[in-house]
Design a protein around this ligand. Structure first.
Ligand SMILES: Nc1ncnc2c1ncn2[C@@H]1O[C@H](COP(=O)(O)OP(=O)(O)OP(=O)(O)O)[C@@H](O)[C@H]1O
Length: 582
């Protein structure tokens, strides 16, 4: 803030000097007409010309310097706010906000406006009264005419603002929506092409874009009309000042020099108003971007710096945890109480949409519980410094997204890391051999979001990333969704190794290889824990329940009995493929 103030101070100083030096031209005119032409002294003319040229040169240099400061200020603002907004966008995204990178685009708009001299209007405008006062000093009638012209132009700019504000805001909102639709279409290029969705998506985008264009047309047309009118007024009043000045000269009330000087002064006085009009659309866009950024910064309080806690041992607990997504009335998870300890692997199973992924997200701290608490080594996850907590957690999400960069960078979580640590993580994830077969090994560029890799390769690199840096807690959400038999065996070996290293492990998955590694099984249904206990105990209960269903089905007379009131928790009903697990 302090740096910002000093930059503004510098621009204000430059503007003061520039506007003062602008007086050189009218003073020159006054002197040439009223002194040189009267006395006929060439030396005075040369001296005056030299001084004026020097003043103009200085003014040009200061103007250039002011531009440089503005450009630097725009870049400085971008580099200071960019990281804050990026992190802010990640936080709001976790809370369900869909505006993506819009704040960064808004920041670029603001930077563009500042760098393109848009701000100079605000620093030059305060000097308008000085120029008007000088005209008044030359002759009150000229002064009154100048003030009247400035008021008319001011009214026009306010009218322009009032008439175009809503249209500009609508255009901006519609444009953001159209951009989001376009980005989603491009991101899903494969689905779009495979299922011939392009014409419909293009139509949908065009409808939104047309709304943006209509609003832009409306505000631009009003703006063009008002700008044209103001240009006419400005040129007219400058000529009219000369005419009025000439009339006053004929009446002997002012000198010829004063006539010319007042016309130049009026031009200077009205210049900021005209500049404001011509950059109105940019100003409008920058203003909307500024207010959007301001609202966002105020809505998301800066993250409080947390005291770094001792490195965790890895006891992860949930106490009466419930989760209701923002804006939703029904809860996804309710009354979840469980304790995960180091050296133990828990397999989370349950039907689709029973809340398994949500449970993982609560355990990583991605989501905050609506009720209850999640604690790591006794400290609530929210009390941990987010970066420190992240370094102790290995998370493999259901849809593995990698970052554009090399395999090496992705495994190292985009940090600079020792080769040994990277290779160790890859080996632990049993991905080392697979990586060796890639064209450039660890240096292979994986393309935008890992598009150059197969689903299984992405998943194995994702697993290496999850175990990189020896995290105490490993949370794997369906890690074998894209794995073949070799991949599954590698995953099972990795889990066994992690268990021997006494990591706390939770795996969402129902395949035999996953269940074979699990010490405990957690069955979720409709967001509640239906069973949780040692693997054999839970699987036996599931088998017994399945047998009872089979018996009930074989005895039609009992079919109306109470046991059919609610389907027993069979492994098959918990998940399609789970039958194979037992
Ligand atoms: N941010 C959210 N907003 C609204 N609903 C959500 C949100 N996140 C999850 N849900 C809902 O919560 C429920 C559980 O979702 P979750 O992804 O946790 O299930 P899951 O058991 O992992 O399912 P699957 O096995 O299909 O991956 C679903 O009904 C889902 O629609």
């Amino acid at each position: 803030m302090g740096q910002c103030r000093s930059l503004f101070g510098g621009i204000a100083f430059f503007s003061f000097a520039i506007n003062l030096l602008m007086l050189a031209s009218p003073i020159y005119m006054l002197q040439v007409y009223d002194r040189v032409l009267v006395t006929g002294r060439v030396e005075t003319l040369l001296l005056l010309t030299g001084m004026t040229v020097a003043a103009m040169l200085l003014m040009g240099a200061l103007d250039a310097l002011r531009s440089v400061v503005m450009v630097r200020m725009g870049c400085w603002l971008n580099s200071r706010l960019g990281p804050v907004l990026l992190s802010n966008s990640v936080s709001t995204r976790l809370a369900g906000d869909g505006s993506g990178a819009q704040p960064l685009r808004d920041l670029a708009t603001l930077q563009g406006f500042i760098s393109s001299q848009g701000l100079t209007v605000f620093f030059d405008a305060p000097w308008t009264p000085l120029f008007l006062a000088l005209i008044w000093f030359l002759h009150p009638v000229l002064g009154m005419f100048a003030v009247g012209s400035a008021i008319v132009l001011l009214i026009l700019s306010v009218a322009n603002e009032l008439m175009t504000r809503t249209a500009s805001e609508n255009a901006s909102t519609a444009q953001i929506r159209a951009n989001q639709q376009a980005e989603a279409t491009i991101r899903n290029a494969e689905v779009v092409r495979a299922m011939g969705m392009m014409p419909r998506l293009a139509e949908r985008w065009m409808t939104t874009n047309e709304a943006a264009l209509a609003a832009i047309r409306r505000s631009s047309e009003i703006g063009a009309f008002v700008t044209g009118l103001s240009k006419f007024i400005r040129i007219f009043v400058q000529s009219a000042t000369l005419g009025l000045g000439a009339y006053l000269v004929l009446r002997g009330e002012v000198s010829g020099g004063a006539m010319i000087a007042s016309s130049i002064l009026l031009g200077r006085a009205l210049a900021p108003v005209e500049a404001a009009m011509s950059t109105w659309r940019n100003f409008g866009t920058a203003r909307i971007a500024f207010y959007r950024l301001k609202a966002r910064m105020q809505a998301v309080p800066p993250e409080t710096r947390r005291t770094r806690l001792p490195d965790p041992y890895g006891v992860l607990e949930m106490r009466q945890v419930g989760f209701t997504p923002p804006g939703s009335r029904s809860s996804v998870l309710q009354g979840i109480t469980l304790r995960l300890v180091p050296g133990e692997a828990v397999a989370a199973i349950g039907p689709s949409a029973s809340g398994k992924s949500t449970l993982c997200k609560l355990l990583t701290g991605i989501l905050s519980p609506s009720q209850g608490e999640v604690r790591l080594d006794g400290s609530e996850l929210q009390h941990w410094d987010a970066d420190q907590l992240g370094s102790h957690i290995g998370y493999l999400p259901q849809d593995v997204e990698l970052f554009s960069g090399s395999v090496r960078e992705n495994i190292a979580r985009m940090k600079d890391a020792d080769d040994e640590a990277i290779v160790a993580a890859a080996k632990l994830a049993h991905a080392h051999e697979m990586i060796q077969k890639l064209p450039q090994g660890y240096e292979t560029q994986i393309g935008d979001s890992g598009t150059r890799l197969s689903g299984g390769q992405r998943q194995r690199i994702g697993l290496a990333r999850a175990v990189f840096g020896d995290p105490r807690v490993i949370i794997l959400d369906e890690p074998n969704a894209n794995l073949d038999q070799v991949g599954e065996a590698a995953l099972a070996a990795a889990v066994a190794e992690l268990k021997s290293q006494r990591r706390t492990i939770i795996i969402v998955g129902h395949r035999p290889s996953t269940l074979a590694q699990a010490d405990k099984v957690l069955l979720l249904r409709d967001g509640r824990i239906e069973m949780f206990g040692p693997r054999e105990e839970v699987l036996k209960r599931l088998r017994d329940a399945a047998t009872e269903v089979a018996k009930a089905a074989a005895m039609p007379n009992v079919a109306d009995g109470p046991q059919l009131g609610k389907a027993p928790p069979t492994v098959e009903s918990a998940n399609d493929e789970r039958g194979a697990a037992i």
